[in-house]
Design a protein. Structure first.
Ligand code: NQM
Length: 362
């Protein structure tokens, strides 16, 4: 059981890589229904708060301290409901205020593995309702003979080797693409474009912050003056984007833009929001790609975009992520379709034994 009483708690859990992230996947019914009890349990499962997460499953980085909670959907338009939870590493925060498109890549395979969705004989499409945002996705992956195939020949940047492709398509969202209503805003003295195509992101020309945008994540994280600027920009942009006080929140993300170097459309360095992403999030990249396609945004003069309809290759510290994005320029600009290719892999399935509430730090 998952009660907080005495005795050893144990919870069925599947550890999966989804895209360039890694997370613990659970059936909603295996976790406490009460969000506070659920979050407390997840902190103990992941080993937070602790910079090394030494006593839990977490990998000591936001990209490996992620949770997916999945259930059959009551919505006739969806097969499953997916709730993403970001478990902080060195604080006791668990937040549902952001979605995650990388962990989304594992949701369909998990749903088949755990019997929530019947597999097709060749491939399976799973319609996902994403509870964090209310938006939808359809993911399609190979299921030869009715079983999920994880092996394949698709390589994605940031993951060694190859694996089976998980194709993710996002239908048009319901939230406005430009949350401030403007193509550009000046926040904390810096011109930015605030955009939300599934993830709230603030686009900032790297040069405006005195960096090239080609630095490594470690170099950027070591730059205290940059961190101060980013905090100011994020705080002001958060209010303008209608997100309120974002101190302590994981959104909006900040993406620094520089001209492409490897044949792509743009180079990016993304802060999520304190650590610098070693790649870029899926929905983060979807927002960057859509933001670059908006006429008049801060990416103009920096990005080199393919013709409309062409996939936008977003370069990042460990390669690139290609986003298919079709946009009506407006005003207001409206995204008609967004698509990405990811891979996912089942790493471990079994029982997790969280440390006890009595001995856990707070
Ligand atoms: O933007 C990290 C990740 C993400 C989010 C983050 C993501 C997305 O790479 O859809 O995938 O931005 O916190 O897992």
């Amino acid at each position: 059981g998952t009660g907080t009483g005495t005795g050893i708690e144990e919870v069925r859990c599947t550890l999966m890589r989804g895209g360039t992230s890694k997370g613990a996947y659970f059936l909603a019914g295996d976790l406490p229904a009460d969000p506070a009890a659920r979050d407390g349990l997840l902190l103990r499962i992941m080993g937070s708060p602790d910079p090394r997460q030494i006593d839990g499953l977490g990998g000591a980085h936001p990209l490996t301290s992620k949770v997916a909670v999945i259930s059959r959907s009551a919505d006739p338009e969806a097969d499953v409901d997916y709730l993403f939870l970001q478990v902080a590493v060195d604080t006791s925060e668990v937040t549902d205020r952001q979605n995650c498109g990388n962990i989304l890549a594992g949701v369909g395979p998990f749903a088949v593995e755990r019997g929530l969705v019947a597999a097709g004989d060749v491939e399976t499409s799973v319609r996902v309702r994403m509870l964090n945002t209310g938006e939808r996705a359809v993911t399609t992956f190979p299921t030869p003979g009715g079983r999920v195939a994880y092996d394949g020949d698709t390589a994605i940047s940031g993951v060694p080797g190859t694996a089976a492709a998980v194709v993710i398509e996002f239908p048009p969202g319901t939230a406005p693409l430009l949350p401030t209503g403007n193509v550009r805003d000046t926040v904390a003295g810096t011109e930015v474009t605030c955009v939300d195509n599934g993830m709230p992101v603030v686009l900032v020309p790297a040069a405006a912050l005195g960096v090239t945008g080609y630095e490594t994540p470690a170099e950027l994280e070591a730059d205290a003056a940059l961190a101060d600027r980013l905090r100011e920009i994020r705080s002001a942009a958060g209010h303008l984007m209608g997100l309120g006080d974002v101190e302590g929140a994981t959104v909006p993300k900040l993406t620094l833009l520089a001209p492409p170097r490897d044949g792509g459309a743009v180079t990016t360095r993304t802060f999520i929001p304190v650590r610098c992403h070693t790649a870029i999030g899926v929905l983060g990249a979807a927002s960057v790609a859509a933001g670059l396609r908006v006429p008049g945004g801060v990416g103009e003069g920096i990005a080199r975009l393919p013709d409309s309809g062409g996939r936008v290759r977003v370069e990042h510290p460990t390669g690139f992520l290609e986003v298919g994005v079709r946009l009506d320029p407006g005003p207001p600009p409206v995204v008609r379709r967004t698509a990405v290719v990811r891979t996912a892999r089942k790493i471990f399935d079994g029982t997790v034994f969280p440390r006890s509430a009595a001995t856990a730090p707070v």
